[in-house]
Write a protein that binds this ligand. Sequence first.
Ligand SMILES: Nc1ncnc2c1ncn2[C@@H]1O[C@H](COP(=O)(O)OP(=O)(O)OP(=O)(O)O)[C@@H](O)[C@H]1O
Length: 322
Amino acid sequence: MTPLLSIRALSVEFDTSHGTVHALDRLSFDIAPGEILGIIGESGSGKSVTAYAVMGILDRAARITGGEILFRGENLLAMAPRARDAWRGRGAAMVFQNPRTALNPIRTVGDQIADVVARHSGLSRRAVRARVQELLRHVRIPDPERRALAYPFQLSGGLCQRVGIAMALACAPRLLIADEPTTGLDVTTQAAIMELIRERARDSGTAVALITHDLALAAETCDRLVIMHAGHVVEAAPTAAILSRPRHPYTAGLLRSVPSLAGSIAQLQAVPGSLPDLRRADLPPCRFAERCPRRLPRCDAPGPLALEEIAPGHLAACRNLP
Ligand SMILES: Nc1ncnc2c1ncn2[C@@H]1O[C@H](COP(=O)(O)OP(=O)(O)OP(=O)(O)O)[C@@H](O)[C@H]1O
């Protein structure tokens, strides 16, 4: 199937007073229409930078030093700014972590959703208001007439996240990027939010990129997983393939660190070490090598590390695969 989104060899750097951060290095993966793709990695692996690059909302300090982001074959990075602004919302929309801080504290949630609806449609004010109610009902906010008049501080975290989802869905995006959408929410609310996201993919063919460090949550929800480490994709495959036979040592380590996936308590262990400092000028070709139990001399040989198809639909970047 033709991918909806195709990220090809994307490299992003940040200029800081402490040096250049090599945040993404030749990152590549695809998302198909209607697919729920999990983008997994520990803090600092580049998940949010990837999302911001797709949305075109990277920090000013960021530099895209290579690659393409193709949306239905068109390179978003080559689009004129106005066309990119028009694409945002209809093409892709984002649900953010910390729902309350993602909303404007001094406007009612109804007005905030109405702004998005009005910006992306030629609807009359009355029709916009009706659409806001429809969206609030769609994300199952109880008593939507009253809740539309509330300010974010008057709503629970879970309701604020539902508002965030309603805003993202207001322009019927083809791709929904959900960046840690359930962090900080209680387990029941988490489950309800994830069900809304799943339902959207199932019923309207919206592709979903679920960004999370929670491999267990992604395993329950996603069709396919992309495992990121220090700005690289180290493995990408259907969820079942990753769970039954992880090929990259980092993926295997992640699985062993999750109680529900480790197999037994005795096998439970954290991935040793931490991400390398991405400001280092001498970053090795494999950024996992210094933490890797399978490291060989050839792992450090110069030259880029290729992400190769090792089985149909299963990609890995490793010079010593089991
Ligand atoms: N504005 C910035 N200036 C400098 N470095 C940045 C900036 N934004 C991100 N980075 C760096 O880019 C790298 C990737 O960060 P990113 O936020 O994408 O990671 P992440 O995987 O989303 O982490 P988390 O799970 O904590 O959100 C990190 O080393 C981070 O410090």
